[in-house]
Design a protein around this ligand. Structure first.
Ligand SMILES: NC(=O)C1=CN([C@@H]2O[C@H](COP(=O)(O)OP(=O)(O)OC[C@H]3O[C@@H](n4cnc5c(N)ncnc54)[C@H](OP(=O)(O)O)[C@@H]3O)[C@@H](O)[C@H]2O)[C@@H](O)CC1
Ligand SMILES: Nc1ncnc2c1ncn2[C@@H]1O[C@H](COP(=O)(O)OP(=O)(O)O)[C@@H](O)[C@H]1O
Length: 489
C-alpha cells in the first residue's frame, strides 16, 4: 500500500480543485480504467456485473464498464438514478458504445449475479453519510447474502463504510479486493472496517502531490524513507558511544517486562543497557546489567549519573507515576510505557518524551472508553499528544505516531504480535534509538516500523504463536531490510 491517508473532506477538497481546473473528468477516467485493469488482471474471464450508485463512485463504475466492454468482456450494468453531472455523462458514453444500463434492485442484482465471475461495487464511496437508507441497505444485504457467489471488487471503499471510522456504521459490503484512489482512508486501515476489504490496491490519480500533502490527515512513509533514518555506527564506536540505556521497570510478578525491554534495546544497537528494578530481574540475556534497588525512588532521586535515554514503566507497578516524575526532571530522552501511562502525568512531560500507550492505556489517559479510542485511532492519537506533549505512539495494527500538528501511520506487523510482552520490547527499542541520537519523532516512526518488520519476519517461523523474544531476535534482519530499502548511508 502506498500514499497518504485521506478523509472524505480531503477528497472533496481535491475534487473541488480538479473541478476548477477542468480535470475531474480525466481523473474519473483514470479511476474507472484502474478498476477495469484490476478486473482484467484478477478475473480475466467470465461476466462482470457492475453496480453504479448515483454519485461519482457510480461514475467510476460506468467508466470501468466502458473499458471492460472495449476489452471484449461481457458486462451487466445495474445503476441507480443519478443527478451527478459526470456520472450522467459517463452513462451516456457507455450507452454510446452499446452498453446497456438496467435499474438496480435486490431482485435485479440477484438475477445478474447468477453465473457472474465478479461483482463491482460502485454504490457508495467517500460521499456516503450514515445511516444507510433502507433501499440501499436491502441491495447491500442481497450482495452480502451470496454464499458461493461471485467475488466482489469495491471501488474506492466498500459501500456502507464511513471512510472516517474504524467501526461499522451498519450493513456494509464485504469485498475481496478494493481499488482505492490516491491513498487509503482511515476505514481501510483500522478495525472491523478494514477487515471488510481484504486486499487493498492503492491507485494514484493525476493530482499534484502538493494538493495531496495539503489535505492528508496522516502520512505513511515507506520503508525506503524510514530506513534512511536508522542511525549509522562509525568504525571507531565503542560501547560508551553506542548509547547508554536505562530500563526502569519490574515489580515482583512482572519482572519479565523490563527484561524484554532490555533485550529490545540491545538488539536495536544500544551499547550499554542497565535494568533498574525494585525486584530481581532474571538475567535471561547476560549482556544486560541488572541493578536491584531496595528503594528505587531514593536511587533515582540521588543519582547524578544520566543515561542517554530511559525507558520507564514496563511492569513497574503502582509507583510508576512518582518514579516517572523523578526521571522526567532529568529531561533526558524518555520512553514512558505501561504503568507510567497515567493521566496524572499529563503536563509533566517534555519535548524529548515518547509515550507508548496501547488502546486500553490510551483510554485511561484520556478518560474515555477503549471503544472510543479504537473507533478513530487518528483522532485519539492527536488527543493523546495534545494531553501528554512530546511524541505519542498509539500502538495497534497499525500504529499511529503523533507529534504536534503531525500524524504518521505505520502499517505492517502480524496479528501474532497480539501477545504479552510485545510492547515492552518496542519500548526498549525506542529507547535505544533515542540513545543513539534520533529525535523522538524519527525514533518513533522508524522504531515502530522496525518492530513490525521484525514481527513479520518472526511470523514466518512462528506463525500465530509469536513471542516477544522471537520478534526481538529478528530485529537485526528487520534493520537490514529497512536499510536496504533506503538510500545507502
Ligand atoms: N479525488 C478523488 O479521490 C476522486 C474520487 N472519485 C470517486 O468519487 C467518489 C466520491 O463521489 P461522491 O462525492 O459523488 O460521493 P459517492 O461516494 O458517490 O456518494 C454519493 C452518493 O451516495 C448516496 N448517499 C449518500 N449518503 C447516503 C445514505 N445515507 N444512504 C444511501 N445513499 C446515500 C447519494 O445519494 P443522494 O443522497 O444523492 O440520493 C449519492 O448518490 C469517491 O469515492 C471515488 O470513487 C473519482 O471519480 C475522481 C477523483
Ligand atoms: N494485529 C497486530 N498487527 C500488528 N501489530 C500488532 C498487532 N497486535 C499487536 N501489535 C503490536 O504489538 C505490540 C503490543 O503492545 P502492548 O499491547 O503494549 O503489549 P504488552 O503490553 O504485552 O507489552 C504493539 O507494538 C502493537 O503495535
Amino acid at each position: 500500500m502506498r500514499g497518504a491517508v485521506l478523509t472524505p473532506d480531503g477528497v472533496r477538497a481535491i475534487d473541488a480543485r480538479l473541478e476548477r481546473a477542468g480535470l475531474l473528468d480525466p481523473a474519473m477516467e483514470v479511476a474507472g480504467e484502474a478498476v477495469a485493469r484490476a478486473v482484467q488482471e484478477r478475473w480475466p474471464t467470465g461476466r462482470v456485473v457492475l453496480l453504479a450508485g448515483g454519485g461519482a463512485n457510480g461514475g467510476d463504475a460506468l467508466v470501468a464498464a466502458r473499458h471492460l466492454l472495449a476489452a471484449g468482456r461481457s458486462v451487466t450494468v445495474l445503476a441507480r438514478p443519478s443527478t451527478h453531472p459526470l456520472t450522467r455523462l459517463n452513462r451516456r458514453r457507455l450507452r454510446a458504445v452499446r452498453g446497456e444500463v438496467r435499474p438496480l434492485t435486490p431482485a435485479s442484482l440477484n438475477r445478474a449475479a447468477r453465473g457472474a465471475t465478479v461483482l463491482v461495487d460502485g454504490l457508495l464511496g467517500t460521499g456516503f453519510r450514515p445511516p444507510l437508507r433502507d433501499d440501499l441497505a436491502r441491495v447491500i444485504g442481497a450482495l452480502n447474502a451470496r454464499d458461493r457467489g461471485p467475488d466482489v471488487l469495491a471501488i474506492d471503499l466498500p459501500s456502507g463504510l464511513d471512510a472516517t471510522r474504524a467501526d461499522l456504521p451498519g450493513e456494509a459490503v464485504r469485498a475481496d479486493v478494493t481499488v482505492t484512489f490516491i491513498g487509503p482512508k482511515p476505514a481501510q486501515l483500522f478495525g472491523d472496517a478494514a477487515a471488510h476489504g481484504e486486499t487493498l490496491i492503492v491507485t494514484p490519480l493525476p493530482v499534484p502531490a502538493a494538493w495531496i500533502e495539503d489535505v492528508q490527515v496522516a502520512a505513511r512513509p515507506d520503508d525506503a524513507a524510514l530506513g534512511a533514518l536508522l542511525p549509522v555506527r562509525t568504525a571507531s564506536a565503542h560501547k560508551g558511544t553506542a548509547g547508554r540505556v536505562w530500563i526502569v521497570g519490574g515489580d515482583p510478578g512482572t519482572v519479565g517486562a523490563p527484561a524484554l525491554a532490555g533485550l529490545g534495546a540491545l538488539r536495536t544497537g544500544a551499547g550499554l543497557v542497565t535494568v533498574h528494578s525494585a525486584a530481581d530481574v532474571p538475567l535471561v540475556t547476560p549482556e544486560l546489567m541488572a541493578q536491584r534497588h531496595a528503594d528505587l525512588r531514593a536511587f533515582l532521586t540521588a543519582s547524578d549519573v544520566r543515561p542517554d535515554a530511559v525507558a520507564l514503566g514496563m511492569g513497574l507497578g503502582p509507583d510508576a507515576p512518582a518514579l516517572a516524575r523523578e526521571v522526567l526532571r532529568w529531561t533526558v530522552p524518555t520512553v514512558l510505557d505501561a504503568d507510567a501511562l497515567q493521566p496524572e502525568l499529563c503536563g509533566h512531560g517534555h519535548d524529548r518524551c515518547l509515550w507508548t500507550p496501547h488502546p486500553g492505556e490510551a483510554a485511561r489517559v484520556l478518560g474515555v472508553s477503549t471503544l472510543e479510542i479504537t473507533r478513530d485511532p487518528l483522532a485519539a492519537a492527536r488527543a493523546l499528544q495534545e494531553r501528554l506533549g512530546g511524541v505519542v505512539v498509539l500502538k495497534g495494527g497499525p500504529s499511529v505516531v503523533a507529534r504536534s500538528g503531525d500524524l504518521s501511520v505505520s502499517t505492517g506487523g502480524h496479528p501474532g504480535m497480539a501477545s504479552a510482552g510485545m510492547g515492552d520490547t518496542l519500548g526498549g527499542m525506542l529507547a535505544a534509538l533515542l540513545a543513539q541520537g534520533l529525535p523522538a519523532w524519527d525514533a518513533a516512526r522508524v522504531g515502530v516500523r522496525l518492530h513490525a518488520r521484525a514481527g513479520e519476519r518472526a511470523a514466518r517461523t512462528f506463525g500465530y504463536g509469536l513471542g516477544a523474544t522471537d520478534v526481538a531476535h529478528e530485529i537485526g534482519g528487520a534493520w537490514a531490510d529497512l536499510r536496504s530499502a533506503g538510500p545507502r548511508p
